[in-house]
Every structure is written in structure tokens, then in C-alpha cells.
Design a protein around this ligand. Structure first.
Ligand SMILES: C[S@@+](CC[C@H](N)C(=O)[O-])C[C@H]1O[C@@H](n2cnc3c(N)ncnc32)[C@H](O)[C@@H]1O
Length: 250
């Protein structure tokens, strides 16, 4: 923890144009974020992180990265956004944190550049991506343990219009367990134009399994799901993934 005065902490908070995370700083100072990530932190029920390496992908203001550091981990936070455009640098200074920020796209993550990790957090990112499975493949390449993926899912909310949604079971009984995803074309099916995909929970599981993770636990609430999975090896699935990259079958 840094020794900044209440005035300095408030000034650092006020210097940020837009906060995504509500973060509780010392002296009762709170960032004016769009949502309180403690609800998801509780759901993660993180294990003891002493001596562990954690990668927080799509860290934004860094709430989850700083929480993992508090629990003893060495943490690398990545986001393709310049950290000067988020609350990350202000929060790191206020908290006296050593979390390393790497400005990078998830599609470029590679073990020879950032190493491998015991825990990978991939929260609130997958459904923003044009290429979710490519991202999971990249994360598998740097995973040597757990991955937590939190996403928008369509089981309770298939978008039938810009502001209309209906449960999948009501629209298409029998498709709940079939891995499907709704594509959200620009301006037609979701008010947030940055959202591209809404998989159902069965699809989220299947994507992780196809990227060589074994699903251990799934939680769902409203239009969200959180999956905890662990990296595993499968010669057949690895060959399937590598075929897609144009590599010769072995
Ligand atoms: C909705 S925020 C989620 C923040 C945080 N993980 C959470 O769950 O509260 C999505 C974050 O992912 C980042 N992001 C989106 N696409 C990305 C990509 N291709 N590579 C790296 N970061 C990305 C965005 O810049 C943003 O900070």
C-alpha cells in the first residue's frame, strides 16, 4: 500500500476520465466505476495464490489483478488499451502495486514473451472478440493450471431485437444443451456495439474443451456464466487445433 494522503488519492481518482471498476481505496475513497466487480470476485473463490503467477487478460482498471496480488501472486495484466486511458495507472499508484501492465492483444499472447501462468483470468472479454476460439487457443499456450472465463451467455437472453430478448428454451426448446452462439451484428441485436457473440453455456464449455481445457465448474446467473477450467493435453485435440493453422498433421 502506498502512503499517499487522502487528498493525493482523491486527486489520482479524479484524474481518470472514465472508471470501469468501482475500487475501494484507503480512507474510504471509491472510484466512480460502472460496476462493482466484488460480486464476480466472490464467485471466483480464488485459491491460495502465494508463489503463483497470474495473468489477467483484459484487465481494464485492474481490479482483479490487484486482488490477486493482494493474495500473494505475481501478476501480469494485459489489455490492448493504453493504460493511460483507464484507471489502471492511478489505481496501481494508489495501491503501491507492482502488477506489470503489458499493452497487448490477447491474440498475440505467447509463452516465449510473457511465460506461463498458474491462473489465467479472462473475465468480461470473450464476447467482445471477433475470434473467441483463437483467443482461448492463445491463452491455452500460456496456461499451466486454471483458467476462469466469465462471459455474456444467451441461455436466458437470445436477442430478438435491439432491446428485446427471450429465453433460448422458449424460442427453441431442445437447443439448451446444443453448443450454439448468437452472433450480434452491428446495430441490430445488442445496444452495446462492442458485443459480438453470445454463446450458450453449452457452447462456452465446448469452446474451452476444444481449446484443451477441462471444465471443472460452471456458474450461471442472469445472462452471464463463469467457468473454471484446467489446462490439459490431448494429442487429438491439439492436432485438430493445429490443422486449422495450416500445420501438417503428425
Ligand atoms: C468489459 S472490460 C472487462 C474488464 C475486466 N476484465 C472485468 O471483468 O471487469 C473488457 C476489457 O477487455 C479489453 N479487450 C477487449 N478486446 C481485447 C483484446 N483483443 N485483447 C486485449 N484486451 C482486450 C478491453 O480493452 C477492456 O479493458
Amino acid at each position: 500500500m502506498s502512503n499517499l494522503s487522502p487528498g493525493d488519492i482523491q486527486a489520482a481518482v479524479d484524474s481518470v476520465g472514465h472508471w470501469h471498476h468501482i475500487i475501494h481505496f484507503p480512507h474510504g475513497i471509491v472510484s466512480p466505476g460502472a460496476y462493482d466487480p466484488r460480486v464476480i470476485l466472490d464467485r471466483l473463490a480464488l485459491p491460495d495464490l502465494h508463489g503463483k503467477r497470474v495473468l489477467d487478460v483484459g484487465t481494464r482498471d485492474g481490479f482483479f489483478a490487484f486482488e490477486c496480488e493482494k493474495r500473494g501472486a505475481e501478476v501480469v495484466a494485459i489489455d490492448h488499451t493504453d493504460p493511460g486511458n483507464t484507471g489502471f495507472l492511478a489505481a496501481r499508484k494508489i495501491l503501491g502495486s507492482k502488477v506489470e501492465y503489458v499493452q497487448a492483444n490477447v491474440y498475440e499472447v505467447a509463452p516465449d514473451q510473457i511465460g506461463t501462468f498458474d491462473v489465467v483470468l479472462f473475465l468480461g472479454v470473450l464476447y467482445h472478440l471477433r475470434h473467441p476460439l483463437l483467443a482461448l487457443d492463445r491463452l491455452r499456450a500460456v496456461s499451466r493450471g486454471l483458467v476462469y472465463v466469465e462471459s455474456l451467455v444467451c441461455d436466458q437472453s437470445v436477442f430478438t431485437g435491439l432491446l428485446e430478448a427471450r429465453p433460448l428454451a422458449e424460442l427453441a426448446p431442445g437447443l439448451g444443451e446444443v453448443p450454439i452462439a448468437q452472433f450480434l451484428p452491428h446495430g441490430r441485436y445488442h445496444p452495446d456495439w462492442t458485443n459480438k457473440w453470445s454463446p450458450n453455456t453449452a457452447c462456452l464449455r465446448a469452446l474451452l474443451e476444444d481449446a484443451l481445457f477441462t471444465v471443472e465448474e460452471v456458474q450461471t446467473w442472469g445472462d452471464r456464466a463463469l467457468v473454471r477450467a484446467v489446462a490439459h493435453e490431448s494429442a487429438e485435440l491439439r492436432r485438430r487445433a493445429e490443422l486449422d493453422r495450416g500445420l501438417e498433421p503428425r
